[in-house]
Design a protein around this ligand. Structure first.
Ligand code: TXA
Ligand code: MG
Length: 374
């Protein structure tokens, strides 16, 4: 049975956090809020503990985990000496939604955490509950997002329960997660910072510290096999999807998790790009046709255009004028479509600037690379 502790992020109940920390020390699995999404934690040094994470999530074993720390002193035992650029990134962005891939100190964490790589991904979260829990546990905490593999990441404790109740030992419920999308994962290559997964820290912010910024192929903006063909369904049939998958596998993303299909809602989702009126007209026509076929329809819209749709369910993901609101609401909206039993979903695209880059990266994945140019 999964124990749930309610904690108030602005008035920490040390007693409850100590109970959760005790579970972690004993090799248990505990979900906790971070400033990005909820994580599912276990002692990173213990293979049996870490295996419980993979079991609970149904996660492929070749997908390594991020190790969370509460204090820079914990880094000395995890990573081999690193250069000044890594240090500058930590100084500027920790605690915060940046994960840095560093050379692992041999034997510091279970080989299941690194999936056999000679690197370890580390982050210091900027959430008071996460920091207090990790500090109380006194160990590095391996924590992927606390969802069943393939489901949207959880941004509320109720999402964790929906996916993992009775599969994990405990949940620290500290309310809504912050950013709503996962951390940015980077690796450092001499003077180059390479983004392996776009996330909570934007490329624009990284440029303040990194003179040379690159993207791993799968993380680049606009990398969605988008062509200019008007109204063409770019990647539709399942053959093309598996083509895409094998293409992604062939180019071997540096962040192993990026090759997996993610966040897919149960309904068939398409992402629609283009000028606002054309997008609206296209989606309206599609909704109309689908409803005529008796399908339950959903539109994932920005506040600016939401009123133009008459689908069965129109969910406002946030405002185009403030994409942070959309990042915060995306995963809850995808889960809501599932709960509503929606069969066909059309999602509006957004500009790939700032947090919009990470948002589009997740939308493209949720849509299984089905992208339409209206
Ligand atoms: O915001 C977040 O990062 C959340 C919270 C809980 O911290 N965690 C999270 O973990 O998103 P997860 O497991 O869902 O994603 C971890 C990502 C995967 O894409 C994985 O492949 C990559 O980090 N990763 C982990 N270790 C790596 C390594 N040594 N080298 C390259 N990529 C790595
Ligand atoms: Mg995840």
């Amino acid at each position: 049975k999964t124990i749930v502790w309610q904690v108030n992020a602005s008035m920490l109940d040390i007693n409850k956090l100590e109970q959760a920390a005790q579970l972690l020390r004993e090799g248990g699995t505990v979900a906790f809020p971070t400033e990005t999404v909820y994580g599912l934690g276990a002692d990173a040094r213990s293979t049996t503990a870490v295996e419980r994470i993979f079991m609970a999530k149904g996660r492929p074993a070749d997908n390594p985990l991020i190790v969370h720390i509460a204090d820079l002193s914990q880094l000395d035992e995890l990573a081999l000496p690193y250069g000044p650029l890594a240090k500058r990134l930590m100084d500027r962005f920790w605690p915060g939604p940046l994960t840095i891939v560093l050379p692992v100190s041999p034997g510091a964490v279970s080989p299941r955490v690194t999936a056999g790589l000679d690197t370890v991904a580390v982050r210091m979260p900027a959430h008071p509950v996460a920091l207090a829990l990790i500090a109380a546990a006194g160990c590095p905490v391996a924590a992927p997002s606390a969802n069943r593999s393939g489901r949207p990441s959880p941004t509320q404790a109720s999402h964790v329960l929906a996916d993992l109740d009775n599969r994990i030992d405990g949940i620290v419920d500290g309310g809504d997660a912050g950013v709503g999308l996962e951390s940015t994962v980077v690796e450092i290559d001499g003077e180059i910072v390479r983004i392996l997964r776009p996330g909570g820290i934007t490329a624009e912010a990284l440029r303040e510290v990194a003179a040379y910024l690159e993207y791993d192929s799968v993380a680049a903006p606009g990398n969605d096999d988008f062509s200019e063909a008007d109204g063409a369904l770019l990647i539709a049939e399942s053959e093309k999807e598996s083509e895409k998958d094998s293409k992604a596998a062939a180019s071997a993303p540096r962040s192993p998790g990026m090759k997996y299909a993610h966040y897919a809602p149960q309904g068939l989702m398409q992402l629609v790009k283009g000028q606002a009126p054309a997008v609206s007209a296209y989606i309206q026509a599609e909704v109309h046709a689908a409803r005529a076929r008796g399908e339950l329809t959903g539109v994932l819209a920005f506040a600016e255009q939401a009123a133009t749709y008459d689908a069965d369910h129109v969910l406002v993901v946030g405002s185009l004028a403030q994409l942070e609101t959309a990042a915060h609401g995306l995963y809850a909206a995808l889960r809501a479509f599932d709960d509503l039993g929606v069969q066909r979903i059309w999602a509006e695209a957004c500009p790939e600037e700032g947090i919009g880059h990470a948002l589009m990266n997740r939308l493209v994945k949720a849509a299984g690379h089905r992208i339409i140019k209206a």
